[in-house]
Ligand binder design. Structure first.
Ligand code: SF4
Ligand code: SF4
Length: 309
């Protein structure tokens, strides 16, 4: 099985639109699993017409960690020359999740700000702080009407650990892929270049970079390319909404050529892509004329992969 990750750097350039239509095209002749790795703002399932209630199952995740204080142990600090009056945990927390409660003469933890980094645990000389596992999200498995399953993750509001959620999503998707003997797993990564994106890209066989002809999208894409290069993963590019800036489209084409990144295809700017989203349908289903566009992207991607592997 080959794993393909769709990545953009910038949000809103049409990554999920591309992933959904490519998934539908790929599923015509292959067994595959789609994974929405944007646990902060998942929407691939919606683009494929699946709402939360349409999923076959949801299971909760406890990959998050929050800090827990033992007041008893902390109070023993008056006997502890290392911490007395120093409030080491307050200084250690770079997320301002610990403040000093003058009234109680104890540290106070703000759960919403704690990201579970563990720095305060190391700083505390009397082991008054420990990390406890907390429920931070959920994973859903559903069957799309286009003949392939989707695995989607949702981070709970105010919780951290989206990278860990993506790791769990990939584990669940791998189990399903093994069951159905999938040929491909296609991952829709989050925007940016942070933990959830790294967790999506790492271990992928190929990356499809989606961008649009604007300087902002190009800037974010160049950071995403650095990330892909770091992991030494082959990639190809797709330029979405070509019509919005022809000159910049040519500049992008030059950039990809100069940097040996194959241009897998271009997608025109067309109001019917928006209409497809409004109707919760992949673009290739909403407007069958788009099939040619995505067929070209898919064929070029599979050809490039064939040449590499
Ligand atoms: S675990 Fe990290 S973020 Fe949470 S309170 Fe401790 S230092 Fe702050
Ligand atoms: S570092 Fe430990 S002992 Fe010192 S104030 Fe914080 S919790 Fe209490």
């Amino acid at each position: 099985m080959k794993t393909i990750t769709v990545l953009s750097g910038k949000g809103g350039v049409g990554k999920s639109t591309v992933t959904a239509s490519l998934s539908v095209m790929l599923a015509n002749d292959n067994k595959m699993v789609a994974v929405d790795c944007d646990a902060d703002a998942p929407n691939l399932a919606l683009v494929l017409g699946l709402e939360d209630d349409d999923f076959d199952s949801w299971e909760s995740l406890t990959t998050g960690e929050k800090i827990q204080l033992s007041e008893e142990k902390c109070k023993s600090l008056k006997f502890c020359p290392k911490c007395q009056g120093l409030q080491k945990c307050v200084d250690a927390c770079k997320y301002s999740a610990i403040t000093w409660n003058q009234e109680k003469d104890l540290p106070e933890i703000n759960d919403l700000l704690c990201v579970g980094c563990g720095a305060c645990v190391l700083a505390c000389p009397v082991e008054a702080l420990t990390l406890k596992k907390v429920e931070n999200g959920r994973i859903g498995v559903g069957q799309t009407r286009y003949g392939f399953p989707i695995v989607s993750g949702q981070l709970k509001i105010g919780e951290s650990g989206s990278g860990k959620v993506v790791n769990e999503l990939r584990k669940k998707a791998s189990e399903i892929a093994e069951d159905i003997q999938a040929d491909y797993m296609i991952l829709d990564a989050a925007a940016g270049i942070g933990c959830p994106v790294i967790a999506s890209v790492r271990g992928s066989d190929y990356v499809i970079l989606v961008t649009e002809p604007t300087p902002v999208a190009f800037w974010d894409l160049s950071r995403a390319i650095e990330l892909v290069d770091h992991f030494n993963i082959p990639c190809g590019a797709v330029i979405n909404r070509c019509g919005i800036n022809r000159d910049f489209t040519y500049q992008l084409q030059d950039y990809f050529r100069d940097n040996d990144i194959p241009l897998l295809g271009t997608i025109p700017y067309d109001i019917r892509f928006v209409e497809a989203l409004v109707n919760l349908k992949p673009a290739v289903i909403y407007e069958p004329n788009f099939k040619k566009v995505f067929e070209e992207i898919m064929d070029n991607c599979l050809l490039d992969m064939k040449n590499i592997f």
